[in-house]
Design a protein around this ligand. Structure first.
Ligand code: PMV
Length: 327
């Protein structure tokens, strides 16, 4: 059996605008998805998942995943198997083994669909483990590229390279269209995450922003303003100016809220963090529910979030400088 893990991420800046070619800065966090892979005698795939905000499920399927035999129903399982299936297809392609079958076991510390890049982490770790099980080693760049293809396909074209590149490489990264790179020596980023227990629908939220952007010039300007803000944020990162990073996070949240992707519980958590003295706070990822990220080197924000109605979990999330890891 071969095991790989890959980190989840928060967006310091730039989600949604990144879909239109503006820059973004996602940062890997020390919460991982771990994927164990073992070859099978036949060409089928058996997936067992734990902790993906589900109580656990098992699914076995052959050529046609639609005819899968699943032990729990639901959209989440469908989404999860779509990503695993894509990862297996990439591994088969990379190793030139089109009918390789696998038993796949997933353990994840990253809540599903909450803006922390759980699907990208599963796909990156899954491709890495499955290709190694077939005797092939891919570089982190190749993994990022193949993982992006999977997300792009499963999300019907509504995916940027941000999540998959960040998960494969680790650290803080900058993404602008197809141009992705790690940011050297970022300052200490004391992230605190608040989670409302909900999952936003990324496809719908991205489509909503697209509509507003087409309908209103000022919504298009808002997307561009996020791009300007991210460029300023990259300078603040270079200058180790954590106070300004916090201010820009607050600003970024306001612009995302104007674009219609915040929610009552995200707003409540953002304000709880600000009231507790966080340097800045914003939603992370697609929005609509899920997680906020704040910057606070003290324990105040985490404690305040723990007592905030609607916040299901609050935790510190250290920047993870390591991307995909061979366990
Ligand atoms: O919620 P997440 O982690 O899937 O992030 C979505 C980020 C978007 O910018 C809204 C879409 C994308 O693919 O970049």
């Amino acid at each position: 059996m071969i095991t790989s893990s890959a980190p989840g991420k928060v967006y310091l800046f730039g989600e949604h605008a990144v879909v239109y070619g503006e820059p973004a800065v996602p940062c890997a966090i020390e919460r991982r998805a771990t994927v164990h892979v073992e070859s099978r005698e036949d060409d089928r795939i058996r997936v067992e998942a734990n902790d993906l905000s589900l109580d656990g499920f098992t699914v076995t399927y052959g050529e046609n995943p639609d005819e899968a035999n699943v032990d729990v129903p639901g959209d989440l399982v469908e989404a999860a198997t779509g990503y695993v299936n894509g990862a297996v297809e990439q591994a088969r392609d990379a190793a030139d083994a089109p009918s390789a079958g696998f038993n796949v076991e997933i353990e994840s510390e990253i809540p599903l669909g909450a803006g922390l890049g759980s699907s990208a982490a599963v796909v990156v770790a899954g491709i890495d483990a499955a290709t190694r099980e077939l005797g092939v080693e891919l570089s982190a760049d190749e993994l990022a590229e193949r993982a992006y293809r999977v997300e792009h396909e499963v999300q019907e074209g509504q995916a940027s390279r941000a999540d998959t590149f960040c998960s494969a490489m680790g650290g803080a990264v900058r993404v602008e269209g197809d141009d992705c790179a790690r940011i050297d020596d970022p300052p200490e980023l004391p992230f605190v995450v608040g989670y409302d227990g909900e999952a936003g629908n990324t496809g719908k939220l991205v489509a909503g922003v697209r509509e507003r952007r087409e309908q209103y010039g000022f919504a298009a300007d808002t997307v561009e303003a996020i791009g300007d803000l991210v460029r300023q944020g990259r300078r603040a990162l270079r200058d180790d100016d954590v106070a300004q990073l916090g201010e820009l996070m607050d600003f970024n949240h306001g612009l995302l809220s104007a674009l219609g992707v915040s929610s009552r519980s995200l707003e409540t958590m953002v304000w709880a963090a600000r009231d507790a003295g966080a340097r800045g706070a914003k939603l992370t990822g697609a929005g609509g529910g899920g997680c906020i990220v704040a910057l606070d080197e003290t324990t105040s924000t985490r404690l305040a979030l723990e007592y905030t109605p609607g916040c299901e979990a609050a935790f510190r999330a250290e920047l993870d400088t390591e991307g995909v890891r061979r366990e």
